[in-house]
Write a protein that binds this ligand. Structure first.
Ligand code: TEU
Length: 561
């Protein structure tokens, strides 16, 4: 496999609205990010993925773009963005933007012109279809609940398609003019100095030749729109569009791209992230999808540490020798990883947070941290549905009510999966609004900020934050890089419940990573004798000739002879 510039990097996702406010309006902004660059550099991260900062009505928090070449005034100005590019470059860091092109905002001039003349050239940028006997063209349910079709204002026979919310009309990628617009825009940003893109919801751009009904799958009488993803024509189209993006934009710039791809089958992995794949990398969502239910969030099962391990290991094996997956425990669409994968009683325990961190950060692939993860931020509490901002959670709450749950039960069932868990302001300090803003934060700070915050951990030995720094340093250490970045992967004792252990070998070194994801001590038999303990999350592990004895929630990395 040919080596690429981004493979030994560590990535960090910024969700700008909640990262750092600089002007007291309660909304995070680009000058706020600038203020934290030295912190991020010291943490050891290299590539910053910025969730959307483009001009947007923020109906889906920026994933509804009204101008792809402008910055929303709430986040700053284009000068701020250029300053961010210059300041990251000066520090040897990179900025990756969010590429949201399955849809745009209904306030984008393309859609406005399309509404004015649905039969005109901009009408062909979108999916306008006639209804069927007073009903929408198909029975598809949108990702956020309700029909994917909304009527065109003033035209009761005509509808437009939106797989996400009503304010996110889907772009028709079969139209070469749409593809040309996107390719030009992507090149424009890359020429400006952006290092690449995280590519949003991208599997959805390939649509079937004919849009038709599927068998209804919920009491609302609708069918999951995701069913279209299995359509062979949709898939073929998707591949063609992605090849064009790669050949005409990504590859000529040697860009780093990471796809938000939910549904690849193993046979497609090579096509997506192999040598000359569509993307540099794609997220591994196996653990995030575990326990999901076709009925909705109210019916989802909570994964435990063994489920996380099994998903992550299976993905690592599938990608072995093919390419680099991007590893996450959380992002802006998912609850906090420590709340999700650790047993409830341990999810606030710094030892358990560190044990989970060791696994994620040392798996093969590219580690992505999500803002606040490094300080061990957890899920928040929602006093009522009114405290929920997220359009996705509100749709899932409605589905839970429709299934017969009381408002309290419905809230309790969907709250733990809410995207807002990860969207509360970053907890920097124990002061006013956790140091996020001098004003009133746009979304309530997680009440645990007085205990869980960056300032309380900075420079404090044994803290979650300092442990993340040591993991990053280890991964980047020239001595171990061959093993930890490019080396092979072998699971160890995967049948031992509560243990996540594996071997990474390369460059003449063999490292064993072992994490006790349980409250009981664990013995880990090693495939060799221990030469040196490279890292331990708490104190030192017990050692015999050929085994490690890990205390509850203890993680260690050892070099084997
Ligand atoms: O997410 C795509 C997507 O499929 C989500 O709907 C996902 O299933 C859901 O959030 C899980 O909770 C991307 C973005 O990451 C998300 O923030 C946007 O809302 C969405 O696209 C639309 O742009």
């Amino acid at each position: 496999m040919e080596r690429k510039w981004w493979q030994d990097k560590v990535c960090y996702q910024i969700w700008p609205k909640s990262f750092q406010d600089s002007n007291g309006d309660g909304v995070g902004d680009i000058p706020g990010i600038l203020r934290r660059l030295d912190y991020l550099k010291e943490l050891g991260v290299d590539i910053l993925w910025l969730s959307p900062v483009y001009k947007s009505p923020l109906a889906d928090e920026g994933y509804d773009i009204a101008d792809y070449r402008d910055i929303d005034p709430r986040f700053g100005t284009m000068e701020d963005m250029e300053r961010l590019l210059a300041e990251t470059k000066r520090r040897g860091m990179y900025v990756v933007m969010d590429l949201v092109v399955n849809h745009c905002s209904d306030e984008h001039p393309w859609f406005q012109q399309a509404l004015a003349d649905p039969e005109g050239p901009y009408g062909k940028y979108f999916y306008f279809r006639k209804g069927k006997n007073g009903a929408p063209p198909t029975n598809w349910r949108s990702y956020f609940g309700g029909s994917v079709w909304s009527p065109v204002p003033g035209r009761d026979d005509l509808y437009y398609l939106h797989l996400f919310c009503q304010k996110q009309p889907d772009l028709d990628w079969e139209n070469p003019a749409v593809r040309r617009e996107v390719v030009e825009m992507v090149n424009w940003w890359l020429d400006k100095g952006v290092a690449g893109f995280r590519v949003d919801a991208i599997v959805n751009i390939g649509k079937p030749a004919v849009l038709e009904d599927y068998a209804p799958d919920r009491p609302d009488g609708l069918a999951d729109c995701r069913k279209m993803l299995a359509d062979p024509v949709a898939r073929r189209r998707l591949h063609g569009y992605l090849a064009q993006l790669r050949d005409e934009a990504f590859a000529p710039h040697n860009a780093f791209t990471v796809g938000e791809v939910f549904d690849t089958d193993p046979a497609e992995l090579q096509l997506f992230i192999g040598q000359n794949g569509f993307f540099s990398s794609m997220f591994d969502f196996a653990a995030a999808c575990w326990g999901g239910s076709p009925k909705g969030w109210y019916d989802a099962k909570k994964p435990g540490p063994d489920n996380y391990r099994d998903c992550a290991f299976a993905s690592a094996r599938a990608a072995d020798g093919v390419g680099f997956l991007s590893n996450i425990i959380e992002n802006h669409d998912e609850p906090r990883g420590v709340s999700r994968y650790l047993p409830e009683e341990a999810s606030g325990d710094p030892r358990a947070k560190k044990a989970l961190a060791a696994v994620q950060m040392l798996l093969p692939g590219l580690p992505f941290l999500y803002q606040g993860q490094e300080a061990g931020m957890t899920n928040t509490v929602f006093p009522s549905i009114d405290a929920v901002d997220d359009v996705n959670t509100r749709g899932e709450y409605a589905a839970a009510l429709a299934a017969g749950f009381s408002p309290d039960e419905a809230l309790a069932r969907v709250a733990r999966w809410s995207r807002d868990n990860a969207r509360t302001p970053v907890q920097w300090t124990a002061d006013h609004a956790a140091g996020f803003t001098t004003g009133t934060p746009w979304m309530a700070v997680n009440p645990n900020y007085t205990q869980v915050n960056v300032a309380a951990q900075q420079g404090v030995e044994g803290s979650v934050l300092e442990f993340y720094k040591s993991l990053i340093r280890l991964r980047k250490n020239d001595k171990y890089k061959e093993a930890l970045v490019w080396g092979g992967f072998e699971p160890l004792h995967q049948d031992q419940s509560g243990l996540a252990a594996f071997v990474r070998a390369g460059g003449g070194r063999t490292l064993a990573v072992a994490s006790n994801l349980s409250g009981e001590p664990q013995r880990v038999d090693l495939p060799g004798t221990t030469k040196e303990v490279l890292l331990c999350s708490d104190g030192a592990p017990g050692l015999t000739d050929d085994a490690l004895i890990l205390a509850p929630w203890q993680a260690a990395v050892v070099e084997l002879a």
